[in-house]
Design a protein around this ligand. Sequence first.
Ligand SMILES: [Zn+2]
Length: 512
Amino acid sequence: MTELTSTEKHRIFAHFPQKISKAIVAYATDVALISSRYLFTRRHGGFQFGFCTHCQKEYLTEKLKHGDETVCKKCGSTCKVKASGMGRKAMVDQAYFTFYEKSVLHPEAITARGILVARDYSGDYRETKTEYRVEYMYLFEPGNYVLLENRWGKWFKRIQVFSDYPPSMVNRRTTVCRASIEEAVKGTPFQYSTWERYFDRNGDMIRFFQRYVQYPSIEYITKAGFQHIVQAKLTGDKTYGVINWRGKTLPKVMRLSKKELRDIKDHGLTLKAMDLHYFHVSKKRGSQITMTDASLLGALGEEYYATEIEKLLSLTSMDQINRYILKQLRREGKHYRSATTVLTAWRDYLKDCQTLEMDLSKDSILFPNDLYAAHQKTIMKVKIKADLSLNIKIAARLPELQAFHFTDSKFFLRPARDSIELFEEGKALQHCVSGYAEKYAEGKSNIFFIRKIDQPDMPFYTMEVIDQKIIQVCGMKNCHPTDEVQSFIQAFAEEKLRSRKSGKKAEMSATA
Ligand SMILES: [Zn+2]
């Protein structure tokens, strides 16, 4: 930041109106400081009088209380009621706004001023004035912009554009006067800049006009439907270098052929920077996807997924990857809603295939027709493989547990045979018995399935027994046993579990 020389100051200031215009005063009064309207009450001879700071009239009021909100009888303003007797040492209202005007020097230039307005009510409330302090000045001419900041009464030139508005303003109400932009840009090149599309009344639009001065191509980039990308540029988000901001024609700016641009328009596509980035990357690697494809696959351009694709490229080509992901996305059944979920599932599936030593050089394995179904299968196979040692232990326990086999006319009960059964039981009944496989294998817990005799393969209730005690019996989503099941369990306990009354029953190795 450098201080302005007097010549510079003279030259730049010549563009700005000398005074605070009526329009600025109106905006400050009716918008920026709209909530700075008060009715000050005082008591006199047993009556209450109220003074409106907006219309400056005083009149008889009734039973108004400090802190109330009321409507001024004379001007209709919404006012906060303040008892004049209350202390108001720190009662100062402030607001900051940006106001645009035409340059008074150059017909194609526009100016803007960042104005801090303040009203100080600490003294005589009948004499309150509005103070205007210009804190920022901006000049935008075709091909050039100047950003000035007022610091302790001196003007400094800034190189970098401010973020939407200066951080020191964060705690104050900050607005921009839209009508002032409309008025200022009329008849200048800025009129066609498409600023309306990026308007944010709580910002100041300075970054937009600064970028527009740098890159007038913003106009036709926006008109061609790439508003998202301009927005990303304005907010400092990644644009992946997809736009040649200094290009002279739309195809050059967008690095797309006329046919590709027409394709986007015809399909009414809204493409983000990442979509175009992915399109270019694919093309460079010999995969000519359509613009519609790019809109579906674009999220894969994100760094994390790009790394995953990079790994896949050791197995197949970019073109095959794109085709396969699109095919899975367009399959009936809709297991996958986005390209990223397909890619993630495919990666996990391939990892399973490697664990299972499946031959990835075969297309039928690398590109299963139905990825979802194929993945479900590998998940189960990997589980079986991983649980092999657990299941050897469970199998060794079974002869001893068979002694607890129990049945009546309707139900029967048997021990779980392996971890896969536990997994299936937990999945079917939506409870977490599958997590017990290790305890079960180690003999620290005993898991039995209660099933109906006429539906022997259908999970019904799961029972855990430790140290001859029934610890829990859980049905669907952890529901409790019905009376019928309860009496079945009762009968089982009496017959098979060691009770204090009767002597020795069948032994279980488990101890709590
Ligand atoms: Zn009034």
